[in-house]
Design a protein around this ligand. Structure first.
Ligand SMILES: Cc1cc2nc3c(=O)[nH]c(=O)nc-3n(C[C@H](O)[C@H](O)[C@H](O)COP(=O)(O)O)c2cc1C
Length: 260
């Protein structure tokens, strides 16, 4: 049984909710899948004040007392996660953005490895493709295995033709998502993922110290010594590339430190 949770950044049950419902129904027809739709407006989400305590001291030091940890727990106990948002003023909705800001520390200390992610965006006219790219990058940054998201253009109510087109795209997306979810959960990282990890960890090791949570987190996880976030066998080429990324960042970090 796979558990999939969709986080919806729209306060009512119209276009975005309906696309997510269709996606989850499609998924359930493919295999043993249990699903939940989390409407973000049903949860308390504070506005990030930018104090950086989550980065420096740890997420438990955040002064906001809201449902952040309830939502994170839902992600941690899922095999698959969907972020869905309407296009509001050429971006995700404010609701979705508040949720993403509450996860800011998890981009520094990613934790959703082995889980599958995708995004769904609905819009009336234009520019939702950029929002899909943004949300897919968010999934990547949080550590998920990402499946390319989709954007749907239609006014409410949809015409039959628009609905057919949307449902065809959602059927393909759910199939790709299901396949990704049933493949090995901890794949060998792509070069870009490897670069992100090696350069990030090298800069944390050289530019921070044990007064910062990012530093102690990486140290406790063994990430200063490991090949990647999780145990994986890298081929000779990727081993070499990993060492190269470490050394490029070492030079950059030393230079940055010498200029301080
Ligand atoms: C405040 C607001 C801003 C919007 N901005 C855009 C926009 O910039 N581009 C666009 O294509 N559609 C825009 N729309 C249309 C919505 O993206 C579209 O109707 C969407 O399907 C709504 O999803 P929902 O029913 O789940 O809220 C906007 C709608 C609202 C209410």
């Amino acid at each position: 049984m796979k558990k999939v949770t969709a986080f919806v950044g729209s306060a009512h049950k119209r276009m975005t909710h309906s696309a997510v419902r269709q996606f989850l129904d499609d998924l359930q027809s493919l295999g043993d899948v249990e699903s939940e739709i989390v409407t973000l407006s049903d949860y308390r989400l504070g506005t990030c004040r930018g104090c950086r305590l989550c980065f420096d001291k740890g997420e438990e030091a955040c002064p906001l007392k809201d449902d952040r940890d309830v939502l994170i727990e839902k992600m941690m106990t899922s095999d698959g996660v969907v972020f869905a948002s309407p296009n509001y003023s050429f971006q995700v909705s404010a609701l979705m953005k508040m949720f993403l800001d509450r996860l800011g520390f998890a981009f520094h200390r990613p934790r959703f490895f082995g889980k599958t992610f995708t995004s769904i965006v609905t819009q009336g006219i234009y520019r939702g493709g950029q929002i899909v790219k943004y949300l897919d990058f968010v999934g990547f940054g949080l550590g998920f295995n990402t499946v390319k998201g989709t954007c749907f253009t239609a006014f409410d109510p949809m015409t039959e033709k628009e609905k057919e087109k949307r449902d065809r795209a959602l059927a393909g997306q759910s199939r790709r998502f299901y396949e990704r979810m049933t493949k090995p959960a901890y794949p060998v990282p792509s070069l870009i993922r490897l670069m992100g990890f090696r350069m990030g960890r090298t800069s944390i090791r050289l530019e921070l110290d044990d007064r910062r949570r990012d530093y102690t987190h990486y140290r406790e996880k063994g990430w200063f010594e490991s090949d990647y976030y999780y145990a994986v066998r890298l081929g000779a080429l990727k081993k070499l590339a990993g060492r190269l990324f470490d050394s490029i960042q070492t030079r950059k970090s030393r230079k940055r430190k010498s200029l301080k």
